[in-house]
Write a protein that binds this ligand. Structure first.
Ligand code: SAM
Length: 276
């Protein structure tokens, strides 16, 4: 049964408030397709009843709704070029800058089911043996506990490892058991998965050398994008870099970042006059 205009608007507003994700009538099919499976799980008869329950401020149901409406599409070494840029330019410059501390902090924000942070770790292990006595911290966060559970477990289907993962790395860093692929401990080490919602208060986060915020800002409006990027700027170390998704830009946003092109990719660094 269809929801009334008022009920749909209530859901759009709730999702925006809880996650910054913008939905509107053109995307109402997402509400029907993704929220219907929650009915049975929660013993609720109709989407209208579910909306009423949300109006009664059922927090657990609200987080299930937000979870269901996130788009978690991801793959290993997504877009490839940013990983080449990390390997050929960004990591070598961090190796020089951080030689005294021998510490690298990387934040994969909106990491979904973990392919992004695991790809970063594989790129580091494959190309930078000199990091063996460095402290590498990969902070991997997402709003969704469901995707974080899979990321933490590090268990992938054949179809998931077929997407983007070179066979050489599959056999080196994963173990096959009963048709599933399990991430080996070596790859899991130093990756810390945590729930973090961009629109909430953030925990204490150390200065980051690299922040990846890829394929998530597209779901937000201009104002939220700007707010989130400003907050991310405050989390960067002095030489820190931000990497966006390959179809995302900061054009039209008032933020203290400037773009630097490397080969056919681009990363963002703090403008020289920026002060925290
Ligand atoms: C399309 S995936 C991108 C995954 C990965 N970064 C990549 O590029 O392959 C977008 C992720 O953003 C997360 N997300 C959506 N809204 C969020 C928010 N407000 N705070 C944190 N993560 C959010 C979703 O749960 C989803 O896993």
């Amino acid at each position: 049964m269809n929801l009334s205009k008022e009920e749909l608007q209530f859901l759009f507003d709730l999702i925006f408030k809880k996650s910054a994700i913008v939905l509107n009538e053109r995307k109402d099919y997402l509400i029907y397709n993704r929220l219907t499976p929650l009915l049975k799980l929660n013993n609720i008869s109709t989407l209208s009843d579910l909306t009423d329950e949300l109006k009664r401020d059922n927090q657990d149901l609200a987080s299930q709704v937000v979870d269901a409406l996130t788009t978690n599409e991801t793959l290993f070494f997504r877009d490839l070029r940013p990983f080449d840029m990390l390997k050929d330019h960004i990591i070598p410059s961090i190796l020089e800058n951080n030689i005294k501390t021998k510490n690298i902090n990387i934040w994969s924000s909106a990491c979904s089911t973990g392919q992004e942070p695991y790809s970063i770790k594989m790129m580091l292990l494959e190309n930078f043996p000199q990091l063996s006595d460095w402290k590498i911290n990969i902070f991997a966060t997402d709003i969704s506990d469901i995707v974080l559970d899979q990321a933490r477990e590090g268990v992938y289907s054949q179809a998931e490892v077929n997407r983007g993962l070179p066979i050489k790395m599959l056999v080196k860093y994963f173990e096959n058991k009963d048709g599933k692929w399990f991430v080996k401990d070596l790859l899991k080490e130093n990756i810390n998965f945590k729930n973090l919602n961009f629109v909430d208060k953030w925990p204490e986060i150390p200065p980051m050398d690299i922040i990846l915020v890829r394929n998530v800002l597209i779901y937000f409006n201009r104002e939220r994008k700007q707010d989130i990027l400003k907050r991310l700027c405050n989390q960067l170390s002095n030489n820190g870099k931000i990497i966006l998704g390959s179809s995302e830009t900061i054009i039209g946003l008032d933020i203290p970042l400037e773009c630097e092109i490397f080969e056919k990719s681009c990363f963002y660094k703090l403008k020289e006059d920026f002060s925290k």
